[in-house]
Design a protein around this ligand. Sequence first.
Ligand SMILES: NC(=O)c1ccc[n+]([C@@H]2O[C@H](COP(=O)([O-])OP(=O)(O)OC[C@H]3O[C@@H](n4cnc5c(N)ncnc54)[C@H](OP(=O)(O)O)[C@@H]3O)[C@@H](O)[C@H]2O)c1
Length: 252
Amino acid sequence: MRAVQHVQDRVVLITGAGQRLGAATAARMMEEGWHVLVHVRSSVDAAQALLDQAEATYGESRGSLLVADLTDDEGLQHVVGKVLEHPLVQAHGLAGIVHNASFYSQSSFEETSLEAYRSLNRLHMEAPYMLTQSLLPALERANGSVVAVVDTSWGRAWEGLAHYTSSKAGLRQLMLNLAGELAGRVRVNCLAPGAIMAAEWEAEHFAKVLEKVPLGRSGQAEDIAAGIHFLLTNGTITGNVLHVDGGWTLNE
Ligand SMILES: NC(=O)c1ccc[n+]([C@@H]2O[C@H](COP(=O)([O-])OP(=O)(O)OC[C@H]3O[C@@H](n4cnc5c(N)ncnc54)[C@H](OP(=O)(O)O)[C@@H]3O)[C@@H](O)[C@H]2O)c1
């Protein structure tokens, strides 16, 4: 039987965690006592402020910053190296990965270049694949788990979002497949947010979307963070897609 790991020894890597839903998740995990490896691409100042705030609140460091572009092979290697050389990971393994980094934009099929599509596939599918594969031994050592943040678009047609929705569907299937293949070694789940936090370009459209949500409102970033914390810590759940969407999927 594995020894019970103390919460302060638990390390989670969260990608794209400098702002918005990723930052809320990092804050929640730090509040729970975990050490959070806060990955960002460009939101360095926001992430540092998040880490400083946690240190001031809890009287100790609860995280560290990792900077990399995840569409870049060197960037991915950099993240893996930094995670594996972290003293807490060396001592106890890696208790979680949250694949959260994303790029959400709307453009018609004809206007979306193959280059843009490849970049999104790299961010949503190849980066989670490579990070999970490279960090698997460290995850196993900590009896860890993986959560991918997908969305509720799966199985339906969306205007101008073929590039985004197909790469998220790939991520979802990758995770469900891994849940089966790695069962008994590492748990793997997805969290699917509904309409939680509008991107700048969809602010107007967002109100219309909310009309279709049974609860009639968007959720809070903290609801996503709570769902991710739940999936990371419930030792019996694997291969699940947790919808945090106010019932949106009921109405489409
Ligand atoms: N917001 C919603 O209502 C909603 C709805 C459904 C699903 N989701 C999913 O929930 C997750 C979080 O949503 P969000 O709206 O908070 O996400 P977001 O703001 O669109 O993106 C999160 C972070 O991804 C990082 N990122 C983008 N391109 C990257 C790259 N090439 N390399 C590394 N990092 C990169 C950015 O980091 P930097 O800022 O450091 O550049 C960004 O802050 C996403 O996976 C999203 O698809 C969100």
